[in-house]
Design a binder for this molecule. Structure first.
Ligand code: ATP
Ligand code: MG
Length: 393
């Protein structure tokens, strides 16, 4: 019964003079999401909303699902289209909609009207009143309640008539592409995909980097990261995933530095390399899945020590989240099942029995001096041999 959708967006409605930029990007992102399903959707923006007309034979569920992955969308309203907008036909059309959409008519309602087509001879208040009267006439079980109705029928008159009463929640947030670009340190765990998703939800375009340590981490561990990137790319759009071979750096640190400092020094090199790649890609920030106290390398002292190597801002959207809350989001975005597959990521191979939990920056810096002989070459080699996977939803 539905052939169109009206898309509501909340936050981007308040962006003043820049509003049209946000709207255009939202419209483009909706277009991209729907084009993946099929051709023929017509998308237009008008008066604070985006309007989608669907092609014949479109799939309703697939369309709603696709729209629920577009950040910036706050509500998805399935719309019933009334072709003939002669006022009698319009009222009857609204009645036909109610007939089909609400088999049980035992509810209170209210009609709201919007006359986008200013040439239309009937004014909004009259559209409301007379359409309401028509409904009462036709369905005597229904009752009007203008203050607290069970159902609100929204009637819009453009070149055609449109009526809707249902708002399916969208993902909210800001359209991806409105908020700069950041480099996500993506591991195979639960946290980092959620962190990337959260930052993309604020409109930020995402690139990703994964530190791979063959043969200590398997091809399957790498594939798992590609799969996770694919899952979040449903929301973020295509992700350019940089796979860094980290083995030699890791081994060199392992051979040269105190074992209890291994994780922290390794993490500092990850951040350094991620920042290099980020700069070369025009990213303005890094993103990690760190959360205070989760593991030894995520105490406040450790975060300070890791952060010291970066000039770019590091976004840690999960910093104050409990694991349960992170898991909830991971499940909601469909990443959890993949995240918990048991393939090792490179940090777990070289973990010391008693890693430092309160590293002192000067001590760590002193240990790192021991790496002077080879580390620059190894980092250069890692950067020169980055493998790139363009991940698409
Ligand atoms: P996650 O669940 O995201 O793997 P974690 O709880 O396992 O996180 P750590 O292993 O300490 O925590 O990693 C902290 C953050 O560092 C991760 O969230 C991720 O952003 C980044 N990170 C860790 N390992 C890698 C890796 N092999 N490649 C890329 N980024 C990594
Ligand atoms: Mg991890």
């Amino acid at each position: 019964m539905y052939k169109a959708f009206l898309i509501k967006y909340a936050e981007i409605g308040i962006k003043g003079k820049n509003r049209f930029i946000f709207e255009n990007i939202l419209k483009r992102n909706i277009e991209t999401a729907l084009l993946k399903l099929r051709e023929g959707y017509t998308i237009s923006k008008e008066q604070g909303r985006v309007f989608i007309e669907c092609p014949d034979g479109f799939d309703y569920d697939d369309t709603v699902e696709a729209l629920q992955h577009v950040f910036g969308v706050s509500g998805i309203c399935p719309v019933y289209v009334i072709d003939d907008i002669d006022f009698e036909s319009l009222k009857k059309g609204v009645g036909d909609y109610v007939e089909q959409a609400y088999p049980d008519k035992n509810f209170t309602f209210k009609v709201e009207a919007r006359r986008a087509n200013k040439q239309y001879p009937v004014q909004s208040p009259e559209i409301c009143a007379k359409t309401g009267a028509h409904l009462l006439d036709r369905f005597p079980e229904m009752k009007v309640d203008v203050h607290n109705p069970d159902v609100e029928f929204m009637v819009e008159v453009r070149n055609r008539g449109y009526v809707y009463s249902q708002v399916i929640p969208g993902p909210n947030g800001m359209p991806v592409g409105t908020g700069g670009k950041a480099m996500l340190l993506l591991s195979g765990g639960i946290d980092s995909p959620v962190a990337g998703w959260m930052i993309a939800k604020r409109g930020v375009t995402i690139d990703a980097v994964y530190f791979h340590a063959p043969p200590y981490t398997s091809e399957r561990a790498k594939q798992k990261v590609v799969d996770l990137a694919k899952i979040i790319s449903k929301y973020t759009g295509p992700i350019r995933l940089h796979i860094v071979n980290f083995t030699d750096i890791q081994l060199y640190i392992y051979e040269t530095c105190p074992h209890e400092e291994l994780t922290i020094i390794m993490r500092r090199y990850m951040m350094r390399i991620a920042e290099e790649i980020a700069n070369s890609r025009g990213c303005q920030a890094l993103i990690t899945g760190e959360s205070i106290g989760q593991v030894a390398s995520q105490t406040v002292e450790s975060l300070l020590t890791t952060n010291a190597v970066c000039k770019l801002p590091v976004f840690r959207p999960l910093i104050a989240f409990d694991k349960n809350d992170i898991v909830d989001i991971s499940q909601k975005i469909g990443a959890f099942e993949t995240s918990i597959l048991p393939y090792e990521d490179c940090c777990t191979i070289f973990v010391a029995k008693h890693p430092v939990t309160k590293p002192v920056l000067s001590v760590i810096e002193r240990s790192e001096k021991k790496l002077a002989e080879k580390i620059d070459d190894l980092v250069k080699q890692a950067l020169d041999t980055v493998e790139i996977v363009n991940v698409k939803p």
